[in-house]
Design a protein around this ligand. Structure first.
Ligand code: HEM
Length: 188
């Protein structure tokens, strides 16, 4: 199945990104530290989401409106009293110019709901009692996370039936990981 290939082809970039994110989560000691992490995600995911929505063919992904939006990050930031961060510019984003590339970027954003299950627990543990209203983004779809993930992969597999489309999805997914990694580095 194509989704298995995609997982293999992007695995190294996932590992590399995870290695950059985990220490940042482990270093969280205050609500301010958590706001900084949320802002890092919002600035990238928020800008990427707009780009994705401009080219995504929603007839090929009918449940896209019910999928997690970067607005959830903003709500979490506001729940903690933080302000709205600036969004990443085009130069800091992957090139997403058609539905196949949009699927690659969405694969990364949707897949992050899986890691989010772990991240939300790490943050709740680091800031006990302080994050009750501010974990909506990392909790993703909660109990629905696995069914939503499987539905996304099914829709992607149905579309990615030619070598050309598959290559576009893989390239966009890898670029999405790499550019996020660079964005994390840029944040210092
Ligand atoms: C603390 C950081 C993270 C941890 C601990 C983590 C952990 C995980 C875990 C446990 C899975 C499920 C793996 C499996 O089913 O075999 C997963 C999947 C995934 N994660 Fe992460 N993750 C992290 C951060 C991220 C971030 C920031 C992104 C994207 C920006 C991301 C993208 C993905 C994707 C795309 C998948 C799906 C892989 C697949 O089954 O095709 N992860 N992650």
């Amino acid at each position: 199945m194509f989704s298995n290939t995609l997982k293999e082809e992007t695995q190294q970039n996932h590992v590399d990104l995870e290695k950059k994110i985990v220490p940042r989560i482990k270093a969280i000691q205050s609500e301010q530290d958590y706001i900084t992490l949320l802002k890092l995600f919002y600035s990238y995911f928020g800008a990427l989401e707009t780009l994705v929505q401009s080219v995504l063919d929603t007839s090929l992904l009918p449940d896209s409106t019910s999928r997690r939006k970067s607005e959830a990050i903003l709500n979490d930031i506001r729940a903690l009293g933080g302000d709205t961060p600036n969004l990443a510019g085009v130069a800091d984003l992957p090139e997403i110019s058609d539905h196949a590339a949009a699927l690659g970027a969405m694969y990364v954003m949707e897949g992050s709901t899986l890691g989010g299950q772990i991240i939300s627990k790490m943050i709740a543990k680091a800031l006990p009692g302080k994050t009750n209203d501010a974990l909506s983004f990392y909790k993703g779809y909660g109990e629905n996370t696995m069914p939503m993930w499987i539905a996304f992969k099914n829709a992607m597999n149905e579309h990615a039936v030619t070598a050309d489309i598959q290559k576009k999805v893989i390239n966009a997914a890898n670029e999405t990981f790499l550019k996020f990694s660079q964005w994390v580095d840029k944040a210092g």
